[in-house]
Design a protein around this ligand. Structure first.
Ligand code: ADP
Ligand code: ADP
Length: 228
């Protein structure tokens, strides 16, 4: 199995109060799947994504990626994992405001060894003509395409997307989902998207539903819907 989560828990200590963000989460993901993690706000989605991405550690349980236990990696290995194995896409794009689209992508590829060609990626996200523009000169959808290009250019095996359409209008959100589906197929990346939006779940070939830090449903979609 490519990604396995076994009995993951995460407890935040808030003074006297314990917040149980994850309460024993198990799932498996095969390489190349397009997975949607669906749940209401506060259900533990971001906590889970951060643990899979090596940005946060579980309180107990294990997360295994490509036969390596992420949560017992040393700091150096973990940094390598975050740089090479995973790419992140965020709700609010998180681009560097003082860098152009191309420079934002270049910056990400500088720390990796097997980066993809930047012009090829720019054309894959249909942004060749905007490559010298700054984030403030672009629409939200264009900024998200730069952010996706930046994540893919590092050539990671897994793309982790935290509410990637959450800040966009409906039509733009659809086009971003289409782009992520294309990257899943053409670049053979495992894609994990978290969302509170049930209509997005129909597009995944796998849906993992979270509620109160637990998996309440986990199913395969034989015929995922196209975004339009
Ligand atoms: P979601 O992404 O589904 O909205 P989160 O993973 O962000 O859920 O949060 C799950 C629960 O954990 C929530 O109750 C949230 O308030 C809590 N939580 C998340 N991060 C922290 C933190 N750093 N400190 C304390 N509580 C947190
Ligand atoms: P909210 O996040 O407040 O529930 P919406 O439900 O309108 O708002 O949609 C949030 C995001 O999800 C939007 O960017 C939208 O483009 C995307 N989205 C919603 N439904 C679909 C759908 N059927 N196909 C593609 N994208 C969708």
């Amino acid at each position: 199995m490519f990604i396995s989560a076994n009995g993951l828990t995460k407890t935040y200590q808030m003074g006297e109060v314990e917040v149980h963000a994850l309460n024993g989460v198990d799932f498996e993901i095969e390489e190349g799947e397009f997975v949607v993690v669906l749940g209401p706000s506060g259900s533990g989605k971001s906590t889970l994504l951060n643990i899979v991405g090596g940005m946060d550690l579980p309180t107990s349980g294990e997360i295994i990626v490509d036969n390596i236990k992420i949560n017992s990696m040393k700091d150096k290995e973990l940094t390598k994992y975050r740089r090479h194995t995973v790419g992140f896409v965020f709700q609010f794009y998180n681009l560097m405001a003082n860098l152009t689209a191309r420079e934002n992508i270049e910056l990400a590829t500088e720390i990796t060894e097997n980066a993809l060609d930047i012009d090829e990626i720019l054309s894959a996200v249909d942004l060749n003509s905007r490559s010298d523009h700054f984030p403030s000169q672009m629409s939200g959808g264009e900024q998200q395409r730069v952010a996706i290009a930046r994540a893919v250019a590092k050539n990671p095996r897994i793309l982790l997307c935290d509410e990637p359409t959450g800040a966009l209008d409906f039509e733009t959100g659809v086009s971003i989902l289409e782009l992520l589906l294309k990257i899943n197929k053409e670049y053979k990346k495992t894609v994990v998207i978290i969302t509170h939006n049930a209509s997005i779940a129909g597009m995944g070939n796998r849906v993992i539903k979270l509620r109160n830090g637990k998996v309440i449903e986990n199913y395969t979609n034989e015929n995922p819907l196209s975004p339009r």
